[in-house]
Design a protein around this ligand. Structure first.
Ligand code: ACO
Length: 311
């Protein structure tokens, strides 16, 4: 019997053969990837805002240089990811439009404010730490362009995570006020970081299909548990605590038990009602509008050059 296109496709996935842009793929696979990759790209771009906010206020030249490099990396990640999504047949303008019109999602985490310098370290340690936990398995996802982009992204994210932890380590050895600022930043960022992994497995509509297609290799809850286990140990090195009275090592499971996640807060933030959603989208829309003259000038220049070459 001859195999259907769909069977050939699933057979490749089952045998760890990457799907490439010109290969046949089910429409739903294409749409799932466009959704996930474009949301991921938007997250990188929106993610520049809470940190860019501190570049002018970094406490030393060294910290400023590190933060500048990190924020620039996020821009690069966003651009790679938009390029990866374009291979699936969506244009960059369409993706921008989805973001600016509020139709596209981006990570909930970037709708929280960075109130003190310690928040920048906490973002590196916790937010980039959670991002790596989710993104390392994405280096093995079934769609070639996305998987390859993630390799470099993960290398850079791991530098981001380390610089964040190191800057917190310095605060942890500082004055009582610095130690207090550190603990308060951890208190603010812990739960939103735990929420980054998305809804629990039983409330995650896309997980089963994405696992079958090997877009996802681990479930939301599996990755969340790994993250909690690692952070529960790392926080001790900082001489701090995680703001969860239910956090407790469980000998029987070999994992940390942790408290109930505030899913109401999560869905509020995802649906546009977080502390900074409006501010973040306004900043992106303004940047887009204010950059219109640059795009117009570049297009006019390209058109003139083309005409000159033709004559
Ligand atoms: N913030 C905003 N929306 C979220 C979040 C979150 N933290 N988690 C889940 N959602 C959304 C999903 O996008 C989906 O909405 P949609 O159907 O409108 O697209 C809905 O909640 C249901 O969730 P799931 O069924 O679990 O969705 P999915 O299988 O896509 O899993 C996940 C979500 C884990 C975030 C996945 O999309 C993923 O791995 N994305 C790539 C990584 C990424 O985007 N990271 C961004 C933050 S890291 C950084 O940029 C530094």
């Amino acid at each position: 019997a001859t195999l259907t296109l769909e069977e050939v496709f699933q057979d490749k996935i089952d045998n760890e053969i990457r799907i490439e842009p010109k290969d046949w793929m089910p429409e739903a696979y294409r749409q799932t990837l466009i959704r996930q990759i474009s949301q991921h790209a938007h997250s990188e771009i929106i993610g520049m805002l809470p940190e860019g906010n501190w570049i002018t206020r970094a406490p030393s030249l060294k910290r400023k240089a590190i933060l500048l490099a990190k924020v620039q990396d996020e821009a690069g990640h966003g651009l790679y990811l938009y390029a990866a999504a374009e291979t699936l047949g969506i244009s960059r303008d369409e993706m921008y439009d989805q973001l600016h019109s509020g139709k596209a999602k981006y990570s909930s985490i970037f709708n929280y404010p960075t109130l003190t310098w310690a928040d920048i370290g906490a973002v590196g340690w916790l937010v980039d730490g959670a991002a790596i936990m989710n993104q390392v398995p994405l280096c093995r996802n079934s769609y070639g362009p996305y998987a390859r982009a993630m390799v470099r992204v993960c290398k850079e994210e791991s530098f981001h995570q380390r610089q964040g932890f190191e800057s917190l380590l310095v605060l942890s050895k500082g004055s009582p006020a610095q130690k207090r600022m550190l603990q308060e930043a951890i208190n603010r960022w812990w739960w939103p970081s735990v929420m980054m992994f998305g809804p629990s497995d039983d409330a995650s509509p896309h997980s089963a299909q994405s696992m079958k297609w090997k877009i996802k290799r681990f479930s939301n809850d599996e990755l969340r548990q790994k993250f909690v286990d690692i952070c529960a140990e790392q926080v001790k090195i900082l001489g701090c605590t995680l703001p969860d009275p239910d956090l407790k090592w469980n000998e029987a499971t070999g994992h940390y038990d942790f408290g109930e996640i505030n899913w109401k807060e999560f869905w509020e933030v995802v649906s546009g009602n977080g502390p900074c959603n409006k501010q973040r989208l306004d900043a992106r829309r303004n940047a887009w509008d204010e950059g219109q003259w640059v795009r117009d000038a570049a297009s006019a220049h390209a058109a003139k050059r083309k005409q000159r070459m033709a004559t």
